[in-house]
Design a protein around this ligand. Sequence first.
Ligand code: GDP
Length: 325
Amino acid sequence: MIVLSGGTGTPKLLLGLKKVLPWSELTVVANTADDLWVSGNLVSPDLDTVLYTLAGMIDRSKWWGIEDDSFETHDFLSRLGFRELLAIGDIDRAVHIFRSELLREGLTLSMATERLCKVLKIEEKVLPMTDDPVSTMVSTPEGEMHLQEFWVGRGGRPEVKAVRFRGMEDAHPALEFLAALEKAKEDGEPVLIGPSNPVSSIGPILALRGIRNLLNEGKRKRSGEGKGEKGKKKIRVVAISPLVGGKPLSGPAAKFMRAWGYPVSDQGVADLLGCVDLLVVSPESDYQGHSVRLDTVMRDEEDSLRLAEEIVKILDEETETEAET
Ligand code: GDP
């Protein structure tokens, strides 16, 4: 199963999926449009959270950084009068240095991520969405700024006028991401969009050249004249809404959805994503499209495991129904 991930909601689900699925069945594609260079090293917040989650090292109180990490370097830099936009733990920083050295040697981000998986003993496949630089830029009355400056630097307070992905025109999906999608199409495996910010976490992945088309191919065939055609390969897309009771649990999803002209509702999430065959929503949702209602709030590992089991069951049932049509 391919899982598209941001850096909080979907990693919570990965905690459970990791236990439910054999490692060989899990490929996680992480958003990299939050990435930025800090003190000479590439920080990839969503990719890092996915890696640390799968390696069992994530700080679950924050969903970023490494559990029990120290911040001596960051704090001493502050004493020296050097402001780092992100508070980076010492071990976390070691990972960033390792990655950045590999990039400076000429490896791609995909290759560097593979090396990191090996040393962190992660057996699941983890892929960055692209090897090219893409940055989510937020337009505010104070000017345009990087997502991290908006969210961490300004506490997400400024009004949001627009959100765009700088560099997207020149970016290509990572080759392994494309290969994984082709394989999913061949094997009839679903793509799962985890409960992540539809604009700033899933938006960049879907905006990469060719991705939305690949995912929509199946959807058109299912709802259009090709419905039921035997032997046609298509990718089924199941998404879990990041909204609970019509609101995001964390982060700037509401502001960003409004800036893109979508209502903050499950219908808004479905319309914005635009490629979803089945949306998993919370029990009180008024969403009218093809959906399943579940308690999607993951307060702890038990919740993550329960939701992961339910999702895998739904996907299996969908696969059986699909095979019968
Ligand atoms: P980011 O990269 O840190 O912004 O994290 P994500 O995009 O992966 O996750 C942020 C989104 O996840 C927010 O819109 C939250 O509403 C959603 N989210 C966080 N925890 C949960 C949860 O337990 N259940 C659901 N359904 N959504 C969640």
